[in-house]
Design a protein around this ligand. Structure first.
Ligand SMILES: *[C@@H]1O[C@H](CO)[C@@H](O)[C@H](O)[C@H]1NC(C)=O
Ligand SMILES: *[C@@H]1O[C@H](CO)[C@@H](O)[C@H](O)[C@H]1NC(C)=O
Ligand SMILES: [Ca+2]
Length: 190
């Protein structure tokens, strides 16, 4: 889990009750102000997997790659599945991973940082899931977002709208760059 500074006690705790019956606590309105961001302004390490070295980076327990050619959310997810077995749009599970993804797009496409992550709202329920089926245990919304839950207007999650590294729900039919990811046993060890 992402550790926050002891000083930033002023945030809203939002408990989301999931269908499976357990409560997941997510910190909202968290700011990065207390984190030394310069430490993150480098690219993550290359992914050490045969055939996935060039422009594939190690982020959290995933190998990830940025694709600049804009696609809508479903086409982007399909492109990830075609690119690598077990591939999906990327999921994000901690602050560090979120910043690693930001560093990658900053490097690869500095003039257009908006890109799809693998998050989507399911059944207009206000709950978000990841395309790769991993748990929704972290989020980093732009303040005021997601603004269009409980409707079909904006059901897919992008990064870098109105704030570096911040998330927004947007219409799935919009075309954006995106990041694909796959999990590989080999990259779990440092
Ligand atoms: C922030 O991190 C960078 C890189 O690790 C370091 O050079 C710098 O001194 C740090 N700044 C502060 C204020 O701690
Ligand atoms: C994405 O575009 C494809 C055509 O390239 C289309 O079939 C699909 O319905 C679109 N998806 C969304 C969510 O707009
Ligand atoms: Ca929105």
């Amino acid at each position: 889990m992402y550790k926050r500074g002891t000083k930033s006690v002023c945030f809203l705790l939002l408990a989301l009750l999931w269908d499976s019956g357990y409560a997941l606590t997510i910190k909202r309105g968290e700011t990065a102000a207390h984190v030394n961001l310069t430490a993150f302004h480098r690219l993550p390490y290359r992914c050490n997997v045969d055939g996935f070295n060039k422009n594939w980076f190690k982020v959290d327990n995933y190998c990830v790659k940025y694709f600049w050619r804009p696609l809508n959310f479903t086409d982007a997810e399909n492109s990830c599945r075609r690119t690598v077995p077990g591939g999906h749009l990327v999921s994000v599970h901690n602050f560090r991973a979120n910043y690693d993804l930001l560093s990658i797009v900053r490097k690869m496409n500095p003039r257009n940082l908006r890109m799809w992550l693998g998050g989507y709202e399911i059944f207009q329920s206000g709950k978000f899931l990841w395309m790769d089926g991993s748990f929704w245990n972290y989020e980093d919304w732009t303040p005021g977002e997601p603004r269009h839950i409980y409707s079909s207007r904006e059901e897919c999650v992008e990064m870098n709208w109105k704030g570096a590294g911040k998330w927004n729900d947007d219409s799935c039919s919009k075309r954006k760059g995106y990041i694909c990811a796959f999990k590989h046993k080999g990259i779990m060890d440092e």
